[in-house]
Design a protein around this ligand. Structure first.
Ligand SMILES: [Fe+2]
Ligand SMILES: [Fe+2]
Length: 235
């Protein structure tokens, strides 16, 4: 298991729950009509095709960031509001909330992402909910996954503090990443006339920062630096 995920999984106190979460992370596949569907590796997968974390490695970064935000929200609930929150459920929910996203994407010949045949029939949320039911995970954990998109675009609004925490953490990280990627794409396009292919969050933050510090010249320099770095690692 990726060490960044393991760090959180190790914090799950309930042993049977930790075991089940571990099994799913180590083998994120689903069987339908006797056919086992697997996808990109968790390490290689993006977490979106274009809106957020749309680059190799984006999936793990999104899951780690979501879990980190969720745990910070738990601390606020406990220390500032003196509320109760089940951290085992929050950690498990945050880690598993998008676990079948890697089954949704395929790498096309030109290197961009497209939808898999499975993604054309079922979305990641439905798939994960089904698998968690099949594997006998707790109802309150299944609810977290089911409610993670919120009730406007998802099937149900969060009805527990744990589900609300995971929904807010997911929305915050998706928005944070999506906005910075969008800004960096715009800056790069305006400054150089072209967009960087599969811009990573790290690169996007660099571009946005360079605009603040050095203006459009900074953007040009940073985009050029990123292109050269990519060229030297590719060859
Ligand atoms: Fe999702
Ligand atoms: Fe997500």
């Amino acid at each position: 298991m990726d060490s960044r995920l393991k760090k959180f999984v190790d914090k799950i106190k309930d042993k049977p729950l930790r075991k089940k979460v571990t099994e799913i992370i180590e083998n994120p596949t689903i069987e339908i009509e006797g056919k086992v569907y697997s996808g990109l590796s968790l390490e290689a997968s993006p977490a979106g095709m274009s809106r957020h974390h749309s680059y190799p490695g984006g999936f793990i970064e999104h899951v780690v960031a979501t879990t980190e935000i969720a745990l910070n929200l738990c601390n606020i609930i406990e220390r500032i509001y003196y509320g109760k929150v089940d951290k085992d459920l929050v950690i498990s929910g945050a880690i598993l909330h998008d676990i079948f996203k890697p089954l949704m994407y395929r790498v096309k010949e030109n290197g961009s992402y497209g939808a898999t045949p499975l993604a054309e029939r079922l979305d990641h949320l439905t798939l994960i909910v089904s698998e968690l039911v099949r594997k006998g995970l707790p109802l309150n954990l299944i609810h977290i996954v089911c409610a993670h998109h919120g009730g406007e675009v998802g099937p149900i609004w969060p009805r527990t503090v744990e589900a609300l925490v995971c929904h807010l953490a997911d929305a915050t990280d998706s928005r944070l990443d999506g906005e910075v990627l969008r800004a960096a794409r715009y800056l790069s396009r305006e400054a150089t006339g072209e967009e960087l292919y599969r811009l990573t969050s790290k690169e996007a933050f660099e571009i946005v920062h360079s605009k603040v510090v050095e203006g459009w010249d900074g953007v040009k320099k940073t985009v050029e630096k990123i292109k050269q770095k990519r060229f030297s690692t590719e060859f």
